[in-house]
Design a protein around this ligand. Structure first.
Ligand SMILES: Nc1ncnc2c1ncn2[C@@H]1O[C@H](COP(=O)(O)OP(=O)(O)OP(=O)(O)O)[C@@H](O)[C@H]1O
Length: 252
């Protein structure tokens, strides 16, 4: 579904991503792991269009997406969440979900004048969908809560709800478990697995190895900008290069 081919991105003299090469199979929950500074977040930014590769190609669903703006990538059906969620804190949970970027006639000035009925109907559909998606994400009882009052884990669920508003075919999840309490983490895992069963492909950056080993197949390991392993969870723990990369990351 997604192919990353020989992608390079430098910041000054530092190759943050240095010829990364791997694939995310359609229908998978692929895990992207690696020590701090391995280049994982930079790679997400390259896939989602926030950064442009110096060289290499990124293909999503058979079409190149490297160099497209984040907005275009999003509209092709590839959505991403952030390590630190960014809801509008002074707006309610429902408003946050309803504001997720979708193609709404109400955003076009003339539609308000010429086809107000259409705008009202779309707004109702948008609201209904937001209620449905928030219910699925376990936030059905928080619709009127200000987003700023949610816990860290609930904000991650809200972010998931926001990306689901646009019915993506693939989601990039940046550290979904970070800062989330164990109960909410189970909820989050259930949602990811349920969405995957409904056909959404995931690429997930995560430092929580239990979570990765439980739900990710295959696993891609990066170190110093390169992909050093691509394969099954069982094999990753026995791979000498992976062990070296992680041990090298520990303070002496
Ligand atoms: N905008 C930038 N300018 C300069 N250097 C950067 C920039 N973004 C990332 N880097 C550097 O690129 C390297 C890769 O960083 P990146 O954040 O992609 O790693 P990571 O694998 O996501 O790490 P972590 O697991 O700690 O989030 C790091 O050495 C980082 O300092």
């Amino acid at each position: 579904m997604l192919q990353v081919r020989q992608v390079v991105k430098s910041f000054g003299r530092m190759n943050a991503v240095d010829g990364a090469d791997f694939a995310v199979p359609q229908g998978s929950i692929t895990g992207l792991i690696g020590p701090n500074g391995a280049g994982k977040t930079t790679l997400f930014n390259l896939i989602a269009g926030s950064l442009i590769p110096d060289s290499g190609t990124i293909v999503f669903d058979g079409q190149r997406i490297d160099g497209l703006t984040p907005d275009r990538v999003f509209h092709r059906g590839l959505a991403r969440t952030f390590q630190i969620p960014r809801p509008f804190p002074k707006m309610t949970v429902l408003e946050n979900a309803m504001l997720a970027p979708t193609r709404q006639a109400g955003e076009v000035f003339w539609s308000n004048w010429l086809r107000p009925g259409l705008v009202a109907a779309q707004e109702k559909a948008n609201r209904d969908r937001a209620v449905e998606v928030l219910g699925f994400c376990g936030l059905g009882s928080k619709l009127s809560e200000l987003a700023g009052n949610l816990s860290g884990g609930q904000q991650k669920l809200l972010e998931l709800a926001r990306v689901l508003m646009n019915e993506p075919r693939m989601i990039l999840l940046d550290e979904p478990a970070a800062g989330v309490n164990p109960t909410l983490m189970e909820t989050l895992v259930d949602k990811i697995v349920a969405l995957n069963r409904r056909g959404i492909t995931f690429l997930l950056i995560e430092h929580n190895m239990d979570l990765v080993m439980r739900i990710c197949r295959p696993i891609v390991v990066m170190a110093q900008g390169k992909v050093i392993f691509e394969g099954e969870a069982e094999a990753v723990q026995r791979d000498a290069r992976v062990l070296d990369a992680y041990l090298g990351d520990l303070p002496a």
